[in-house]
Design a protein around this ligand. Sequence first.
Ligand SMILES: [Zn+2]
Length: 410
Amino acid sequence: MDLKIVNAQIPDRPGLWDIAIAQAHITDLTPVSEVIASPSLTAALDAKGNLVIPGLVEPHFHLDKALLLDRHPAQEGNFAEAMRETLRLKQSFTVDDIQSRARTVIERAIAFGTTAMRSHVEVDPTVGLTGMEALLPLRAEYAWGMTLQLAVFAQEGMASGTEKLLRAAMEMGGDVIGSAPYVDPEPERNVQTIFDIAQDFNCDVDFHLDFLDDREPMLLPFVIQETVKRGWQGRVCLGHMTKLAGLTPNELAAIAPALQAAGISILALPASDLYIMSRRDTHNIRRGVAPIHQLAEFGVNVGLATNNVMNLFTPFGDGDVLKICTLLAQVLQMGTIASHQLCLRMATTQAAKAIGIETYGVAVGKTADLVILEARSVSEAIGSAPMGRTVIKQGKIVATSRLERQLFSA
Ligand SMILES: [Zn+2]
């Protein structure tokens, strides 16, 4: 046995448990006697009754454009400025610059307990393959603490030369292919091109889809149709989907079964979506966050993600997925214990499934990617995103954080 965590609370199970880990996997779960708690063995890590959760998963992030706000603080603070100025900033991206910002975010994320991340990497005629050149080495360098997937991403549409660059990025070692069809004058053709590449490289697909709150019809039915036509069920993940927030319950009920049947995962990105959506509302402003808690009732795999930190698309955040749980629970009014359990799954097992990782969970046989949180319950974890964390990646402790407080009474 490589490691044993003793006296742990586990989501969905009453009582305290000992978790045995060997060869990077959970090999045994044993209930701790209520009368005699397990003695703290030297080889054991004592959770002291705290909560042990699966590693946090960041299923949708942009490492290449993180931490840009100091270069261009928001002047207008809207989506048009974010698109325009980020494109301008991209012209000066270098490998060193991207790596420097990405390292800061990755190291912070590992300390927060993020053991897997899917980062989009922009590839287009402006930035070329610089993002891939910067992030590919980091995928290997940080494998000790985080499983990093790189999703080759056409943020600027399929302008001439883009498809060739996307294919070159996949040849370099991209894991996933995706785009933002809403910026393309021919969105359906954009979607088809991405699926063509996915089929050629046998990789998963990840779209930024049905973002914004304009009156353009949703592209979702077309993506569902293509997913089924291409036999890509279970391999498609869609981020934002803010237009789902505008559907009536009947409209949502009409489309949800098709999503479930196609095995398409939906991710809400509340920090970005709350910031960008509903800008024409003058009062009682709509939230514009995809109702993923309702989709979950139809059996759709749903998750949450940070998307961006400290840039023009999202001038907030530190990359802590647990804080996004708090935000999502507030925005979608998830207050019950059951909904807090769902919220945690959205940031762990279900987020993992959304990016094609089926081995997450606190259960025998699952990968030993775990976080011990200084929290006594899932509700406390979701409610307060505690800073005290011990992070375990494939059975090894890779980070610890403690909040230091000092009071100075009179
Ligand atoms: Zn994004």
